[in-house]
Design a protein around this ligand. Structure first.
Ligand code: SAH
Length: 376
């Protein structure tokens, strides 16, 4: 037991600061049995839980005023029990001809988080936050600079998606009414450092309505810096979500600097855990690699990246997503030259690894990957 001196390692699960109260309990925090039991404990009819869930997840209605089938006498109690206000929009900004929409949310305690809805020709994806702030301190990421404020609750995480799904269904996003199909945990926070709430959210997103939103698990991507024990735990959950690993460097020397948790879990251990995820779930792992000029974009590093992955499990267990770095104001990290990015991709492909450069939707409204800083 580490009784003397400072702990040698960072705590794996960051505890939120105490004393500010908990986010309001909401039906999205509970499974169906839990919702029913809660109403019954309050002396309300249990079957109303399914009715509320159908409104919320099935019809995407979250304003109680629109739930005209609720008995007037019980409405207030039902709403207090299961549909409290979770967050209010502070500001919305759009880009890419209205197909990218970023929303800044204020949570019950004033904490600020952001989500970004992106519509493509064949799908619509929402990028959501799992923590207010982030404790991982990656020096090139805007969110990482402010530290962690607190973990979000399951309902706070899920609600971002429900609001996005409703916006799509209503035709509020350029392109007419459509369906939200994909969710990526690539907004603020490290999802695996808020493990239980994130797993609860993944279950709500993938459970069929009215228990949940009924999205395909394959269309849900959990992105991580590489919290190895949590990656192993995720592999055992039996939910085939897509795992994205933010690698950013194939060697410990550089990765220790770019992704500080690497000093605790080395590249080899992290890549091993990603491979184990592939073996257990059959899901190809995405490798995220933000392209930073003269930092991690050398041709030899592309070769080394391919070698490290191939050595672990061959060519077909990963897909590499290089991302042009989104430049964060005041940061010393800049975006790679186009010719260096092209050569990097060429080298990976030459080694037979499937690679696709990620786009940078929303960069002009600071809505692109790693730019979410919620400055209020
Ligand atoms: N904590 C999770 C989710 C964070 S955001 C994780 O690290 O995976 C999702 C992705 O955006 C991560 O791969 C992250 O490293 C990357 N990212 C952060 N800052 C970026 C920036 N300025 N430009 C491009 N990608 C960035």
């Amino acid at each position: 037991m580490a009784e003397h001196g400072a702990p040698r390692t960072l705590p794996l699960v960051m505890e939120p600061p105490k004393g500010r109260g908990k986010p309001p309990r909401h039906l999205a925090d509970l499974d169906e049995a839990g919702r029913k039991a809660l109403l019954e404990e309050m002396g309300l009819p249990g079957f109303r839980a399914a009715q509320l869930s159908t409104h919320y997840f099935g019809r995407l209605v979250h304003d109680p005023a629109e739930m005209t089938d609720l008995p007037a006498a019980q409405r207030a109690d039902l709403v207090t029990a299961l549909l409290p206000d979770l967050m209010s929009p502070i500001r919305s900004q759009s880009a890419d001809k209205g197909t990218t929409v970023k929303t800044l949310w204020k949570l019950f305690d004033g904490a600020l988080v952001e989500s970004v809805l992106m519509r493509y020709t064949d799908r619509a994806t929402i990028c959501i936050s799992s923590q207010a702030g982030c404790g991982m301190a990656c020096p090139f990421c805007a969110t990482g600079q402010g530290g962690l404020q607190r973990n979000m609750s399951t309902a706070e995480i899920v609600h971002q998606v429900v609001v996005g799904a409703r916006a799509m269904a209503n035709g509020d996003v350029a392109g007419g009414p459509g369906r939200l199909s994909n969710v990526v945990f690539m907004g603020m926070g490290e999802p695996l450092a808020n493990y239980n709430a994130v797993i609860g959210a993944v279950r709500r997103l993938t459970d069929p309505a009215p228990a949940g939103l009924g999205l395909s698990a394959r269309h849900v991507t959990v992105s991580t810096v590489g919290l190895v024990p949590r990656m192993k735990q995720l592999a055992d959950e039996g939910i085939p979500v897509t795992l994205a690993l933010s690698l950013h460097a194939p060697d410990d020397e550089l990765r220790n600097e770019l992704v500080p948790i690497n000093t605790r879990f080395s590249v080899a251990e992290t890549v091993d855990a990603a491979y184990e995820y592939f073996e257990k779930t059959g899901r190809r792992v995405s490798i995220e690699y933000a392209m930073m000029r003269d930092i991690n974009d050398q041709a030899w590093r592309a070769d080394l990246l391919a070698d490290v992955l191939i050595e672990r499990g061959g060519r077909h267990w990963v897909h590499i997503n290089p991302i042009p770095l989104n430049e964060v104001r005041g940061s010393r990290f800049t975006r790679s030259r186009d010719e260096d990015m092209a050569e990097f991709v060429r080298r990976l492909e030459a080694k037979g690894i499937s690679t696709s450069m990620r786009d940078t939707r929303g960069s002009d409204i600071d809505a692109a990957c790693g730019q979410l800083a919620a400055s209020g």
